[in-house]
Design a protein around this ligand. Sequence first.
Ligand code: ZN
Length: 479
Amino acid sequence: MMPTLGPSVHKILITVSIALVWLARPLSSAPQIPSIDWDKQKAEILQHYRALVQIDSSSPPGNETKVTDYLKKVLDAEGIPSKTFALDPNRANLVARLKGNGSKRPLLILAHTDVVPVHREKWPVDPFGAVMKDGYIWGRGTIDDKDKLVAMLTIMLLVKRSGAVLDRDLIFLAEAGEEADPHGVGINFMVDRHFDEIDAEFAVTEGGSARLEDGRVTVVQIGTTEKLPKRARLVATGTAGHGSVPRVDNAVVHLAAAVAKVGTWETPMHLNETTRVYFERLAAMSPPDQAARYRALLDPQRAKDVQRYLAENEPAHYSMLRTSVVPTMLKGGVGMNVIPSEVEATLDIRALPGEDIGEFFNQMGRVINDPAIKIVPIPATRPEAPPSRLDTEMFLTLESVAKRLYPGVTVLPSMATGASDMAQLRARGIQSYGIGPAVTEADRIDYGAHGDVERLSEASLYKFVEFAWTAISAVAIKK
Ligand SMILES: [Zn+2]
């Protein structure tokens, strides 16, 4: 039956259409983002990027001060004030700040300046040559993390040149010691000793990615949270003795059984806001059988059924659903005819944000169910922090800019199974988001971060800088 519209319904419709007209009006409050001629900008981006890759800052030893010296020179030439902070004079951090009108809290953009070491014999080109070949720039750090470093540097230069009024301070941090930092020269030094220099409402840094398929960006992942290393040792004790006489309290036998139990333990599954949205959106873009599995995860009745499949076929997704327990080292024994009285295993445990780790160890103890085994926690290297929210201005802007720049893209908030320097920032209350340039799946596997060889396509570099600039300037510049 078709109901006729009464007068009150008409009134609602009129009100709705007025509202639509209001929404469609030119937004006088929209930020006055200066438009950039990206074709003209390319040469400068490439010049700084190649110069940064050409500085060997592999850590250890790092030598990040060579990088901050370079950055300082570039910033000085533009009249952008910067300061360096160094616990170790060879491993300086640099902070530059463009002042805003103070109406909002600052935005921190950061990248690390060190890179992982290289095995030179694996490289077809000089790893610190920033060689340009086949449309790529090749070199250690091209993906991790000098792409983000040049993006953040370029944003500072462009904001300064534009003369735009900022609603909030824009802070640039080039940090040392992300890859290897036994002495705490990087993020820990900055957070513990100079937090006022980098305190902000939002941070944007590495920790995200984008997928390039047939020349089109299909997925943008924005890092919003990460698992927390909470490692432990399993220590088994028994009676020492002669290898010719079997003993029921043989520590090796008890340890082996315990390792097998925890290594195959299907720990409880939990979703948080990030992983729930991640699997919902992943289901929406996946082929039917895959989509059905991701949807099953959202249904407590069916979630159990797909765990085995994920464990065998999509281990990273399996890990994203739970606090994971992975045996990584075994230690024990002094001779082939000696029963040792103590042997141990190391477990790389990665906890979900918010996991009650004491209770988790109790549960693990019940799974092992052996008084000969002691669980000994290893002190955590990162602080605990809640996930960054998906409803902040920063996240929503990154999301909308991704959709605008890459039509048809799916934006996924993501939880890293590994750990990053965002942990320290989130623990201090900064809503922190990870971004990254678009790469093909093949490039991600063969030429990705920490791989034998690293490279980034020139086109992806420029598009990434444009993406970062568009989102960051929109959040910083006066509305
Ligand atoms: Zn990195």
